[in-house]
Design a protein. Structure first.
Length: 115
């Protein structure tokens, strides 16, 4: 992505994981059939051991995100508490190329997720 002072900028499509690509759990409705469960071990916080997390991902969303980025001439960017772990673990499932990561407020996320 160009930096300040560059001649042009591309729009960024920021995408999250939980609640967006990975639907939030709900006891009153089942997950859509096209979503496949994945057992992942994200290393989200330094010094905190990775633990297994089940996420439900629709692999076709990667194609849809790429098409949207192409149609709008925008750059896909991870914007999630998963940070670089989204690129490491989810990009393969979604068949996404390496993407930039918008840093998350990790201290706030850690406090929220470890409650």
């Amino acid at each position: 992505m160009p930096t300040a002072g560059s001649e042009s900028f591309r729009a960024a499509l920021l995408h999250d994981v939980d609640g967006v690509l990975n639907p939030m759990r709900s006891s009153d409705r089942p997950r859509p059939a096209r979503y496949a469960p994945q057992l992942l071990r994200p290393k989200v916080f330094p010094g905190v051991p990775a633990s297994a997390v089940e996420v439900w991902i629709d692999p076709d969303h990667g194609r849809l995100l790429r098409e949207l980025a192409d149609a709008t001439d925008a750059e896909l960017v991870w914007a999630t508490a998963w940070e670089h772990e989204a690129a490491r673990l989810l990009a393969l499932i979604l068949e996404l190329p390496p993407l930039d990561v918008e840093p998350h407020h990790t201290a706030l996320a850690k406090d929220f997720l470890l409650r």
